[in-house]
Design a protein around this ligand. Structure first.
Ligand code: ATP
Length: 317
C-alpha cells in the first residue's frame, strides 16, 4: 500500500540547510494499523506530510522515494496528488477545527464531501451524512447534522473529522496525534472508534503519536523515530516486549502503567534532539546510557526475528 524507502529531507532555514529526515524507510500493508512513535521533533509529522506532499515550501527532498500502490508520489503532478488527498488517503490531525469550517453546519460539510467523492444526489448525500455520524457513534446524529462545530465538545468534533475522513473510506488514513488535544477517556473512545472503522472498512492507518501506550493498544506494527531516523521497528509485541534500542526502552520505562504511585516515573535524561547539532554517528548518542566510542559512527541496522529491526551497535535481535 505505502512504501517509503530511504527518504531524506532538508529544510532551508535562517540558520542554513537543516537535514530533518535521514534515510527513513517505512511500509504499510493493506488493512494494517501502523504506529510512528517518538518525541516532539523526531520527524513523525514531516514523514506523514511527505506522503501527501503537504510540506512547507522551504522543504527539499534530498533522497529516497515514496510509493503509494506502486505510484511514485514524489514524481506526481499537483493534479495527481490532489486526486490522492482526501479520496484515497484521508487525514485526521490533532486540532479538529483545522479540518472543519466554523461557519457551516456539520451535516452540510459532511454531505459536501460525500457528494464530491461519491457523486450522489443531495438527498442521498444528506442521508449518508446522517449515517456517517451514526457510524462514529453520535448519540443523536440528526441533531449533530444541524449543529455548528462550536456547539460540539472537542471529542465530538474529532469524531466528526473521523466521519469526514471515513464517510467514503480511503485506502489509507493518516492520523497525526488525533487525540492529543482530548482528555484521556475521550482519547480512548476516539482511538477505539478509529480501530473499529479500520477493521470494518479495511482502511490502513498510519497513526502518529508520542505515546507508546497508544501504540500498544492500537497498532499491528510500529516505527520508533528519533532525530529524523527510524531507530527501531517491528511488530508491536516484538518491539514492546523485546525492545533492544535504548531509546525505545526509555520510552517504555517512562510509561506510568502498572507502576506504584509512590515510584517516580523515569525520564529520558539529557536535552531533546537538536536538528542543528545532528551528530555524525548515532542520533541518540548524547543521551544514551549505553553509548560506547563506536556509537560516534553511524550504527548498522540489525535485522532480528519477524522483521524486527534495530539501528544500534548493541542491537542483538
Ligand atoms: N517548515 C519548517 N521549517 C524548518 N524546520 C521545520 C519545518 N517543519 C518542521 N521542521 C523541523 O523538522 C523537525 C521534525 O519536525 P516534525 O514536526 O516532523 O516532528 P514531530 O516528531 O512530528 O514532532 P511534533 O510531535 O512536535 O509534531 C523538527 O526539528 C522541526 O523543527
Amino acid at each position: 500500500m505505502l512504501e517509503i524507502t530511504d527518504l531524506s529531507l532538508s529544510f532551508h532555514t535562517l540558520y542554513g540547510t537543516m537535514p530533518v529526515l535521514d534515510r527513513v524507510s517505512l511500509s504499510i500493508e493493506p488493512g494494517e494499523i501502523v504506529g510512528i512513535v517518538g518525541e516532539s521533533g523526531s520527524g513523525k509529522s514531516v514523514t506523514a506530510q511527505s506522503v501527501l506532499r503537504l510540506l512547507d515550501r522551504n522543504a527539499t527532498y534530498t533522497g529516497g522515494s515514496i510509493r503509494f500502490k506502486g505510484q511514485d508520489v514524489l514524481g506526481m503532478k499537483e493534479k495527481e496528488i490532489q486526486g490522492l488527498r482526501g479520496k484515497k488517503i484521508g487525514m485526521v490531525f490533532q486540532e479538529p477545527m483545522t479540518a472543519l469550517n466554523p461557519t457551516m453546519r456539520i451535516g452540510k460539510q459532511l454531505a459536501n464531501v460525500i457528494r464530491k467523492h461519491q457523486g450522489v444526489t443531495q438527498a442521498e448525500a444528506d442521508r449518508l451524512a446522517v449515517e456517517a455520524l451514526a457510524a462514529v457513534q453520535m448519540k443523536d446524529p440528526q441533531k449533530v447534522f444541524r449543529q455548528y462545530p462550536h456547539e460540539l465538545s472537542g471529542g465530538m468534533r474529532q469524531r466528526v473529522v473521523v466521519a469526514l475522513a471515513m464517510s467514503s473510506p480511503p485506502e489509507l488514513l493518516i492520523a497525526d496525534e488525533p487525540t492529543t488535544a482530548l482528555d484521556v477517556t475521550v482519547q480512548a473512545e476516539v482511538l477505539k472508534l478509529m480501530k473499529e472503522l479500520s477493521t470494518q472498512t479495511g482502511t490502513s492507518v498510519m497513526l502518529i503519536t508520542h505515546d507508546i501506550g497508544v501504540v500498544a493498544n492500537m497498532c499491528d506494527r510500529v516505527y520508533v523515530m528519533y532525530g529524523g531516523t527510524v531507530v527501531e521497528s517491528g511488530k508491536t509485541e516484538e518491539v514492546l516486549f523485546h525492545s533492544n534500542h535504548p531509546y525505545t526502552r526509555a520510552l517504555i520505562e517512562a510509561l506510568p502503567e502498572g507502576k506504584p504511585k509512590s515510584q517516580p516515573l523515569k525520564v529520558i535524561e539529557g536535552e531533546s534532539f537538536n536538528a542543528r547539532k545532528r551528530p555524525v554517528g548515532c542520533v541518540f548518542w548524547d543521551r544514551c546510557p549505553k553509548r560506547t566510542a563506536r556509537c560516534q559512527e553511524k550504527p548498522p541496522v540489525v535485522e532480528g526475528l519477524n522483521g524486527h529491526r534495530i539501528a544500534c551497535w548493541e542491537g542483538k535481535r
